[in-house]
Design a protein around this ligand. Sequence first.
Ligand SMILES: *[C@@H]1O[C@H](CO)[C@@H](O)[C@H](O)[C@H]1NC(C)=O
Ligand SMILES: *[C@@H]1O[C@H](CO)[C@@H](O)[C@H](O)[C@H]1NC(C)=O
Ligand SMILES: *[C@@H]1O[C@H](CO)[C@@H](O)[C@H](O)[C@H]1NC(C)=O
Ligand SMILES: *[C@@H]1O[C@H](CO)[C@@H](O)[C@H](O)[C@H]1NC(C)=O
Ligand SMILES: *[C@@H]1O[C@H](CO)[C@@H](O)[C@H](O)[C@H]1NC(C)=O
Ligand SMILES: *[C@@H]1O[C@H](CO)[C@@H](O)[C@H](O)[C@H]1NC(C)=O
Ligand SMILES: *[C@@H]1O[C@H](CO)[C@@H](O)[C@H](O)[C@H]1NC(C)=O
Ligand SMILES: *[C@@H]1O[C@H](CO)[C@@H](O)[C@H](O)[C@H]1NC(C)=O
Ligand SMILES: *[C@@H]1O[C@H](CO)[C@@H](O)[C@H](O)[C@H]1NC(C)=O
Ligand SMILES: *[C@@H]1O[C@H](CO)[C@@H](O)[C@H](O)[C@H]1NC(C)=O
Ligand SMILES: *[C@@H]1O[C@H](CO)[C@@H](O)[C@H](O)[C@H]1NC(C)=O
Ligand SMILES: [Zn+2]
Length: 677
Amino acid sequence: MRATLLLLAAIGSEACQRERAFLHHPYRHVKRQSSNATFPPVLDANEQVLMNSFDTVSISEWSYYYNVFLNYPISNSLVLSHPNSSTFTPTLMEDVLEEDETTSYANRIPTFHGYSFTGNASAEYVYVGRGQQVDFERLIALGVELEGKIALAKYGGPFRGLKVKNAQDHGMIGTVIFTDPGDDGNMTEAKGVTAYPHGPARNPSTVQRGSVQFLSTYPGDPTTPGYASKPDSPRADRSNITPNIPSLPISWIEAQPILQALNGFGTNGSAVNRTGWVGAIPGVDYSTGAGSGATLFMSNVMNDTYGTIWDAVGIVNGTNPDEVVIVGNHRDAWIVGGAADPNSGSAVLIELSKAFGALSKTGWKPLRTIVLCSWDAEEYGLVGSTEWVEEYIPWLKNAAVSYLNVDVAVSGPIPDVSASPDLHAISTSLMKKIVYPYRNATELTMYDVWAHESGEIGVLGSGSDYTAFLHRGIASIDMGAGGGPDDPVYHYHSNYDSYHWMATFGDPGFHTHKAIGQYLTLLLYHMVSDAVVPLEPADYVSELNTYLEALQSDISASNFAIDLSNLTAAISTFETSAQEFVDLRTEAVSTNDTALITVQNHKARDFSRGFTSQGGLPTREFYQNTLFAPGRDTGYAPVTFPGITESVTFDKDAELAQEWVKKTSDAILVAASILKN
Ligand SMILES: *[C@@H]1O[C@H](CO)[C@@H](O)[C@H](O)[C@H]1NC(C)=O
Ligand SMILES: *[C@@H]1O[C@H](CO)[C@@H](O)[C@H](O)[C@H]1NC(C)=O
Ligand SMILES: *[C@@H]1O[C@H](CO)[C@@H](O)[C@H](O)[C@H]1NC(C)=O
Ligand SMILES: *[C@@H]1O[C@H](CO)[C@@H](O)[C@H](O)[C@H]1NC(C)=O
Ligand SMILES: *[C@@H]1O[C@H](CO)[C@@H](O)[C@H](O)[C@H]1NC(C)=O
Ligand SMILES: *[C@@H]1O[C@H](CO)[C@@H](O)[C@H](O)[C@H]1NC(C)=O
Ligand SMILES: *[C@@H]1O[C@H](CO)[C@@H](O)[C@H](O)[C@H]1NC(C)=O
Ligand SMILES: *[C@@H]1O[C@H](CO)[C@@H](O)[C@H](O)[C@H]1NC(C)=O
Ligand SMILES: *[C@@H]1O[C@H](CO)[C@@H](O)[C@H](O)[C@H]1NC(C)=O
Ligand SMILES: *[C@@H]1O[C@H](CO)[C@@H](O)[C@H](O)[C@H]1NC(C)=O
Ligand SMILES: *[C@@H]1O[C@H](CO)[C@@H](O)[C@H](O)[C@H]1NC(C)=O
Ligand SMILES: [Zn+2]
């Protein structure tokens, strides 16, 4: 049960990642969940103005015109040498497609890893699976020598920077990371599906660019950990946050001969017995490759520079200036196109602004201040949002009611929402007001489709711009729609994440864009104009109990005796305070006691600051939230009660775990006391 929850949560939290979700039901039988609900949903006058402002045609135009340029790697190369001295030199380029205009632009961006290390490496290489610590532990158990070798790793699972980190930590001198069609389920050429641009399967030459920062240690500018990056800011050593060995991304078609040279050497992939080890590249055994005698030469030359980035921030003052709701999306892309990542989100954010413009013309004003943010340099490591939060933290700690994030608004048809528990109620109920296009079905709301597909709001890990907000105790939500195993393959961080792909396969007609945009718009509208702040602190209680069960099972699986009684007691105290908070708020509303409503609104805004621990989690000061954090060896996927859990599963240190029971319990008690005051 918990494993399923965690897996769902992992999918829900990979905003900039969107690996394919295999947990879904056949879509033929989608039914309206609330059979006695009217369709279309009932909206009030303001909601109607906002919803009517959404236009699929202008969304599609904004997507098209959002082209963003990034700095270039200077050069890179890779050469495979067989023991008989014959060689293979991959192009490291994606094919130019006649049908897809942006793939041929002269200024198209080469394949490379952001924040990668400049250097050459030449050595034998071994296949390391998805490059998690457990994969390396397995290789060591199989007697594979790692020191001085090059790692050949598969995409999928942990954030790519952690694959490089783990290779480096085992004395390896370079990392090559390939895409594998095994992650595409049945949507593969091997199973008879035509590849892009003529069909929905993966184009064999697609390469996943992306950052190799050690994201779970620190997001943001790696030379200014914990403080804003200004021209005169002191610069810290970044060697614990970015790699010290070179890395390159590569397509499956060009990885194929490199993997085949390992066939029959070392342990056969099917006998390695590790999650995600064996992929689906034809003619490949996924052997470890020890003793193959084949070598790789790799060269990666990057221009390390200090450049200016721009966060575009717009503010609409509310009548209550000490209550602020922030909405953000990033604007930078790895490629000339980026129709899904990030332009689907950027297009939606612009339509949202237009909708609020239309509502303002009716004389409407928000109660709470709206801050609209278009972040820069998200792709290198959430840089624009992290630096901004580090600069404005005193104001945000006092005034932020919530942060609403959209990154990849659409890469497929399935709605996907992750949020802090206090946002579960509002984010679920507003889905019922959104008319949602879903394959060939009609008259469905977003709620119907969401309930049919997962019915779960995920736990936030990392991988998009909500991270800095969540780890300063600000209620956060991340939303979008992605593909399942029967949907066209999304070419993540590739030239084929293009307008042509989106208009032909991803979201023809841009109807899903419209629905996600309307959803974000309604959420923002209620956050800034409901007299009672729509946050539900009491909804933390059931989530905390779920996290507690997961923790108990991790502890039983270890040999440690950890006393959780103070944690259990803290959750119980929180439950009592949350109930008192709800009762008092209900009373304030029923007696129209506006002063008391304001007091309760401020408690709802502030209580989650209590969940943070000033010094941060073990080994990573930046990550302060004691309830959820990206796993140290996953980067994207969340770990709940991270201080305690990872002390058990990762550090294997019972004393540290007990110390974190105390810190976590204390944090929950601080949150409870803020609700009670
Ligand atoms: C149907 O309507 C009744 C009465 O309004 C309500 O109590 C019930 O929750 C509704 N059922 C659903 C599934 O929405
Ligand atoms: C060298 O070995 C590779 C891999 O086994 C093989 O594909 C290639 O044909 C060989 N070349 C020569 C010249 O023998
Ligand atoms: C690294 O490899 C590149 C490409 O072969 C070569 O031009 C460069 O001189 C090498 N650098 C060093 C320091 O060996
Ligand atoms: C692939 O197709 C097979 C046979 O129809 C089915 O059993 C399996 O569940 C499918 N896999 C996925 C990931 O959809
Ligand atoms: C590796 O295992 C697979 C699956 O059991 C088998 O088909 C393949 O022949 C094996 N390769 C070698 C070199 O033994
Ligand atoms: C594979 O590993 C799991 C645990 O990681 C173990 O329970 C299982 O016995 C292993 N299977 C084989 C065939 O070694
Ligand atoms: C590196 O970047 C700087 C700053 O953008 C630029 O002036 C310089 O020409 C670049 N060097 C190379 C070799 O591209
Ligand atoms: C919004 O509020 C800020 C801070 O009080 C003030 O400086 C600014 O002038 C206001 N903007 C408008 C358009 O009223
Ligand atoms: C909807 O699409 C599914 C899958 O393509 C198909 O099986 C089904 O018959 C379609 N339903 C209608 C009503 O067209
Ligand atoms: C539980 O909390 C109490 C009161 O703060 C403290 O005295 C006690 O040592 C804690 N127990 C454990 C096991 O940490
Ligand atoms: C509640 O009180 C406010 C101000 O005190 C007043 O403007 C409003 O009309 C009242 N609402 C109701 C429903 O009584
Ligand atoms: Zn993104």
